[in-house]
Design a protein around this ligand. Structure first.
Ligand code: UDP
Length: 337
């Protein structure tokens, strides 16, 4: 199959692009390189540098290449940033997804895998969170993705779109020592902690120590990027690869992706101290706007329905893989040819 991977130069999209190629698929990456890195795109993938707001570019792409399915990773992802510039998020994440969906449906492409997020749930009603729990984002990032999920449901109902929506909890770690997380600026907890261990920052801020959690800091469910990636291939298969497999009564595949275990910010710092041998000084700081206290995935649905099994559920393993990448590439992709 030929798969269009938007955002394939980014942290998760590039890992999935590599896994698709390994599984024997052809991959076309579409990325504007605003946040992604050309060097992260696997060599065997075709890279088209373009913007999802450019409908003509998308039409040309679908006309010239026989795309069988789309995996849509391209998005802005920082919850904190979304609370300062919500319109940018609705433009990039919501409006651009609509343009992509219109273009693919016009070209007759009906298989779609969407990068969704735990941010859809906001402050959850219960822990662990199940897929049919209330969707009530506490930040504009989550809302920008929820709006896409709502559109997908209508396009399924009206146009027969076959889609999977994978609600990521906290993606972390590296799939290989030469492919990893490199956001600019970096806002995510684990890379920021490891930056301190590398001597690039003198301390890490803990955003909020007065949450209703055992140690007062936010609790998150960290999932290894390779386990996350593998779920995408399972979801793609489950969409029905050929028209013959495409049963009439297909129901959208909506899954949480996490390990079902939560770690506080302080616990992540502690594990990183063990892994790196660095003291990693912390500064207790005010809360970051829009952050829910606890996000832990109930991921029984994807385990039951698609047979997904995380291979690297241990936080220590996740941190070790991230440390390998960051130690070897302290400047991210900047210095890689
Ligand atoms: N966090 C922190 N210091 C940082 C970055 C993040 O205390 O420098 C906290 C953040 O408030 C959240 C958790 O770490 O509770 C995970 O944040 P991240 O941005 O990595 O992912 P998110 O949960 O926002 O998707």
């Amino acid at each position: 199959m030929k798969i269009l991977v938007t955002g394939g130069a980014g942290y998760i999209g590039s890992v999935v692009a590599g896994e698709l190629l390994q599984a024997g698929h052809q991959v076309v990456v579409f990325d504007n390189l605003s946040r992604g890195h050309r060097q992260a795109v696997p060599q065997k993938a075709e890279l088209i540098v373009g913007d999802l707001a450019d409908r003509a570019a998308l039409d040309a792409l679908f006309q010239s290449r026989a795309i069988d399915a789309v995996m849509h990773f391209a998005a802005l992802i920082e919850a904190g940033e979304s609370m300062k510039a919500p319109a940018t998020f609705f433009r990039n994440n919501t409006a651009n997804a609509l343009t992509l969906l219109e273009a693919m449906l016009a070209a007759g492409v009906k298989r779609f895998v969407f990068s969704s997020t735990a941010a859809l749930y906001g402050n959850p009603e219960r822990t662990p969170i199940e897929e049919d729990d209330l969707l009530n984002p506490t930040n504009a990032y989550g809302e920008s993705k929820l709006l896409v999920e709502r559109m997908l449901a209508w396009f399924h109902r009206i146009h027969g779109l076959r889609y999977a929506s994978l609600r990521y909890f906290n993606a972390a770690g590296a799939s290989r020592p030469d492919q990893g997380e490199a956001h600019q600026p970096e806002t995510h907890l684990l890379p920021r902690i490891l930056n301190v261990a590398l001597g690039r920052a003198s301390n890490v801020n803990i955003f909020g120590t007065d949450y209703p959690t055992p140690d007062g800091t936010c609790v998150r469910d960290y999932i290894h990027v390779s386990d996350l990636s593998h779920a995408h291939l399972l979801a793609l298969d489950a969409l029905g690869l050929s028209e013959k497999d495409a049963s009439e009564n297909f129901q959208p595949l909506i899954y949480n992706l996490g390990n079902g275990q939560g770690f506080s910010v302080r616990e992540v710092v502690d594990v990183a101290r063990q892994v790196t041998g660095h003291a990693i000084p912390v500064i207790e700081s005010p809360r970051r706007e829009g952050d829910p206290a606890i996000l832990i995935a109930g991921s029984g649905k994807i385990r039951r329905e698609l047979g997904w099994q995380p291979r690297f559920p241990e936080l220590k393993t996740i941190v070790e893989s991230a440390w390998q990448w960051h130690r070897a590439h302290p400047d991210g992709y900047e210095r890689i040819g």
